[in-house]
Design a protein around this ligand. Structure first.
Ligand SMILES: [Zn+2]
Length: 415
């Protein structure tokens, strides 16, 4: 892949040596993209595949305007929704099933090699069409210890790697951009309950640590991890992530695990990705939002209000509505210098919250990806916990964040 012998490949993907934050942007972020200062640390943006094809403005902006790399997530897990719920995601599933003339594909049951090859080729073609530089091999959500889904995931990765090589997909067709080869990433999406099944988890890990030739790294997502997760789940996830990166020697990007992501970056993982609001965490089945939903009782239009990230506290708080007390107190006591809202006050509008949020994510990632990052985060957590005690008494989140650091995981791994 390297253009000059002995030189590292030209890549816009986080690596173990060059760890990065990967902003997760949806088409809705078109309102802020021109105002975010990505600096020189951010090289890759993650984005839903359906958004890149249905509303290509943001994808074009990322590639042609900002010359950043683009990773498109095909959201294959939507095919695993019960039929009646799938109807809410018609746009996404129609796209995934386009090559099958809309015929459904159940990836939790045995499929023929031909079906899997056709599906993976179609998805990779869509990602190329959507301007992706980091191609994500399609894979189903693994849940309930379903071994057939795991077999399908591995087979999809295999045929994706074959297709990537055979079609020469590393070569971008886009001649008017500085040349950067494309890369293929393996995708591993786990339901949180699977983190409680060590035997199956070991099987998953053993299979993934030796991906097919041509796989550049991994994107790992966990469905249904809450913003205040069970400690044992976080511990188990840490073991999976650090083990996967260590044993494969390939970069691992963890996506949509909320504010725990910073801990994984500080702990040595190549990258973490998260976005605003619903894209912070992966929920399955996903939440359905209707812009026109009205409150049943008073018939008033209900706005959609994002939580605000509080940098020094390392977590989200509400800054408007009934539960805004702690948020307002936090922003008053520990004022935010981001300049996207009034100093000493909390960001209240969604646009300000997003800009404020990315300002903090990008800034904190600089420390989390630098020298002494574990020590830096430990200090941040200690301080945040202390402040938190007098703001709303939150402690559980900090215990979970500590579990993302590698030391504890390593002790158990070597045992
Ligand atoms: Zn701010």
């Amino acid at each position: 892949m390297s253009l000059i012998p002995g030189e590292p490949p030209l890549s816009l993907i986080p690596t173990i040596e060059h760890r990065q934050f990967v902003p997760w942007l949806t088409a809705a972020e078109i309102d802020i993209i021109d105002e975010v200062d990505f600096g020189s640390d951010v090289m890759l943006v993650a984005h839903p595949l359906v958004d890149a094809l249905a509303h290509p403005r943001l994808a074009r902006k990322v590639r042609r305007g900002l010359a950043l790399g683009l990773l498109l997530e095909p959201e294959v897990y939507l095919l695993q929704l019960p039929k009646e719920v799938r109807a809410d995601f018609e746009r996404e599933t129609d796209l995934l099933l386009e090559a099958r003339d809309g015929e459904h594909l159940d990836l939790e049951r045995k499929r023929t090699p031909g079906e899997l090859a056709e599906f993976s080729h179609h998805i990779l073609d869509l990602e190329v069409r959507g301007l992706a530089t980091a191609l994500l091999a399609p894979a189903p959500l693994l849940r309930d210890g379903n071994a057939t889904a795991l077999d399908n995931a591995l087979a999809l990765l295999e045929v994706s790697a074959d297709y990537f090589a055979a079609e020469g997909l590393e070569t971008p067709a886009d001649a008017d951009l500085p040349f950067r080869p494309r890369q293929l990433l393996a995708s591993l999406t786990l339901d949180v309950r699977l983190l409680r099944e060590p035997t199956f988890l070991r099987r998953v890990l053993d299979a993934y640590v030796e991906p097919p030739q041509g796989a550049y790294g991994f994107v790992v997502q966990v469905a249904n991890l809450s913003s205040r997760p069970v400690l044992a789940d976080v511990r188990s996830l840490s073991e999976v992530l650090y083990n996967l990166q260590h044993r494969s020697g390939l970069p691992v990007i963890v996506a949509r695990v909320g504010n725990l992501g910073l801990g994984y970056l500080a702990g040595g993982l190549a990258g973490y990705s998260l976005g605003n609001g619903v894209s912070e965490l992966l929920t399955f089945p996903p939440l359905v939002y209707s812009k026109n939903s009205r409150d049943q009782k008073d018939g008033k239009k209900r706005g959609f209000s994002l939580v605000a990230f509080h940098g020094p506290l390392l977590r989200n708080l509400q800054t408007i509505g009934r539960y805004d007390t702690a948020g307002l107190r936090a922003f008053h006591r520990l004022p935010c210098p981001c300049g996207r809202h009034e100093f000493g006050k909390a960001p209240r509008h969604n646009k300000a919250k997003k800009l404020h949020g990315f300002w903090w994510r990008i800034g904190q990632a600089r420390s989390a990806a630098g020298e002494g990052s574990v020590r830096w985060l430990r200090k941040m957590i200690d301080r945040a916990e202390l402040e938190s005690a007098s703001i709303d008494g939150e402690v559980a989140f900090y215990a979970a964040l500590r579990e993302t650091l590698p030391e504890a995981a390593e002790v158990r791994l070597s045992a």
